[in-house]
Write a protein that binds this ligand. Sequence first.
Ligand code: F0G
Length: 460
Amino acid sequence: MSGKYIPWAEPYKIKVVEPLKMTTLEERKHAIKEAGFNTFLLRSEDVYIDFLTDSGTNAMSDAQWAGMMMGDEAYAGSKNFYRLEAAVQKYYGYKYLVPTHQGRGAEHLLSQAMIKPGDYVPGNMYFTTTRFHQEKAGATFVDVIIDEAHDSQSLHPFKGNIDLQKFEDLINRVGADKIPYICLAVTVNMAGGQPVSMENMKQVKALADKHGIKVMLDATRGVENAYFIQQREEGYANKSVAEILLEMASYTDGATMSGKKDLLVNIGGFVAVNDWDIFEELRNMVVVYEGLHTYGGLAGRDMEAMAIGLEESVQDQNISSRVRQVEYLGKLLEKADIPFIKPVGGHAIFLDAKRFYPQIPQEEYPAQTLAADLYVESGVRAMERGIVSAGRDVKTGENHKPKLELVRLTIPRRVYTQAHFDVVAYWVEELYHHREKAKGLKMVYEPKYLRFFQARFERL
Ligand code: F0G
């Protein structure tokens, strides 16, 4: 090894382009006020570079677009369903598949099928919609992620890992019969896109099996997790991402999936399991809430695009360029000394709003403020992942107060070039230079469920 830097590039070229609109500072000040200082309420037309989310914002390949023409739009038994089912069986190894319109559709079905009121569901940090459906089904969610995940400065290579002691303590406290499954997310979105190690997954499965508890994977960004295992975990450097993904899934009993991330589509998801009885319940329920069990709220063409995207997603060069784009932005921000979560995660850079705006207390929404300010400064749209997203305790009504107060710069797959990252880094740095001028927000409208999507704020 010479140690010489070898340049890399995205393994695709651009065939179709979508123009971006630039706005003036005055226009953006007006737009953010109209949007109640919530980037979810901006019109996408008023956004220049959109780093709100990597969900459903993927650019599809020419093969996927061609696949859209192969949609078999039969009500029942569409051939695209069987193609998708075969792809899930091959790359994830689960036996039975129920398609859903997106990830939360799958979470809804799984939660209703497996949870009884009074149950507990442990998980490696919460995700908004996942926890919502678990609680709606009557469960208490318990965070069993390792402590390092809540520390924005910890450099642990697998910050998404489950703390086995915390999991075991919960089993001892409430009893295994009150824990239908442990929800294992790979990667962990709210922790900064942080991965779980294979070793940890193996241990979680062994402990769960010992107590008759199922392990359910949130496979939404599992391909990104597999890539991190290949890069960081001993014994995996020479395995393909596809092989690693299959091994990961082998330590679980089923999965929910938002295809809008890893699977390179704009809509779609599924729930897949190995257990016939759970499958039967899911299949009974899908016809009530989503659609027949061979389309689950999707058109045939959507299932075809997802099956093709699934195959593309596990190609090593696809996933390595995806994560290297995120790392590229991280390097630029690092050079400028911007505070963000390290190590860099798989799908986004998470700015540390507590350190960016130390003068703004958590009650005045530092991350919400930072996301709004970045938009006004530059037209770049990001997302709050702090106290607003964390919501309230369902029992006490008190605000959850997460240790992490973050702004997520989320990278859509195959959409932006390095020049866009240069622009984003430049504007984040500009904002950082006059950070002491920032003033917080107050919430003036709070929706009942998943408040971050529609809450409104005013400047203090
Ligand atoms: N699980 C994880 C880890 C997610 O990140 C998401 C969505 C879901 C489940 C739900 O899937 O949106 O298809 O219903 N995350 C999006 C985001 C919304 O921006 O991170 P969905």
